[in-house]
Design a protein around this ligand. Structure first.
Ligand code: F6R
Length: 260
């Protein structure tokens, strides 16, 4: 089932996501995390630090990586996650795995990455953002709903959205390695965050639209345990937002009251 938490601000959403990570670690000391890059999860890492959540010895698998950037490029997702996630939270960089970071051939990088996830026991909680094309990971429109980790071409929309991290748009790689939608579905819990009006169309299509590879994020509808955290702007066009709000406020069985 998909639960939608409408939060008053990105900070409140990040605090909620950090709390969900803390709960997962409390339930399972050997939990494995799935981490995302981009702007959206940065607040979650800050909240983990502020809430004193100890992820230092928790293995973490990234969703995706650009293809074609030199090793150590500051905008490679390996570098971004080392800088924004691992270093501030004291995570041993060897516990962080990013697709293609083992130096082996690109053609088999996806299979090696999947094998590493399996060896780690699978991902317990996967943090997700969503792109304006509806992508999760870098699964752009047309991605098979059963896809596995592989090389994908990025859309022009995504390259232009990500140009802000580079000196100019032409520097944004054209291709990436990304966990597939089938891979993402295997995580035990998905936590998708989206903030701001630019995400509202993608959020509505993912949560309420038809299940379709035209909106790869809609694959979350197949997952039994998804929490979508949105601020009022990102959730503005959700048809059932009042229902989601009511259901979230009453998610504990203790809060159910008999009608008067
Ligand atoms: C990043 C990733 C992407 C981003 C998405 C949103 O690892 O997989 O799906 O989550 O492009 O990016 P931001 O958060 O920068 O808006």
């Amino acid at each position: 089932m998909t639960e939608v938490a409408l939060v008053p601000s990105p900070e409140a959403g990040a605090a909620l996501a950090a709390g969900l990570i803390a709960e997962t670690l409390a339930q399972r000391a050997d939990a494995v995390l799935g981490v995302a890059t981009g702007s959206t999860p940065l607040g979650v890492w800050a909240q983990l630090r502020d809430q004193g959540v100890d992820v230092a010895s928790t293995p973490a698998f990234a969703l995706d990586e650009y293809v074609g950037l030199r090793t150590g490029h500051p905008e490679s997702y390996r570098s971004v996650l080392e800088r924004e996630y691992a270093a501030p939270l004291g995570v041993d960089p060897t516990l962080l795995r990013v697709p293609g970071d083992d130096g082996g051939p690109l053609a088999t990088a996806g299979a090696r990455f999947e094998a590493a996830i399996t060896r780690a026991g699978g991902i317990d909680l996967q943090i997700l953002g969503i792109g304006r094309t509806g992508h999760i990971g870098f699964n752009e429109p047309g991605s098979s709903l059963a896809s596995r980790t592989r090389v994908k071409a990025l859309t022009e929309q995504t390259r232009s959205d990500n140009a802000r991290f580079f000196d100019h748009a032409g520097q944004v790689p054209t291709h990436c390695l990304t966990q597939g939608l089938g891979t993402i579905l295997q995580a035990r819990t998905l936590v998708l965050l989206a903030f701001g009006s630019a995400k509202s169309n993608a959020v509505t299509r993912a949560v309420e639209g038809p299940l379709s590879s035209s909106c790869p994020g809609s694959v979350i509808q197949l997952h039994p345990h998804v929490i979508v955290i949105v601020d009022e702007e990102a959730g503005a066009s959700l048809e059932y937002r009042d229902y989601y709000r009511f259901a979230w406020e009453h998610r504990s069985l203790d809060s159910i009251q008999a009608p008067a």
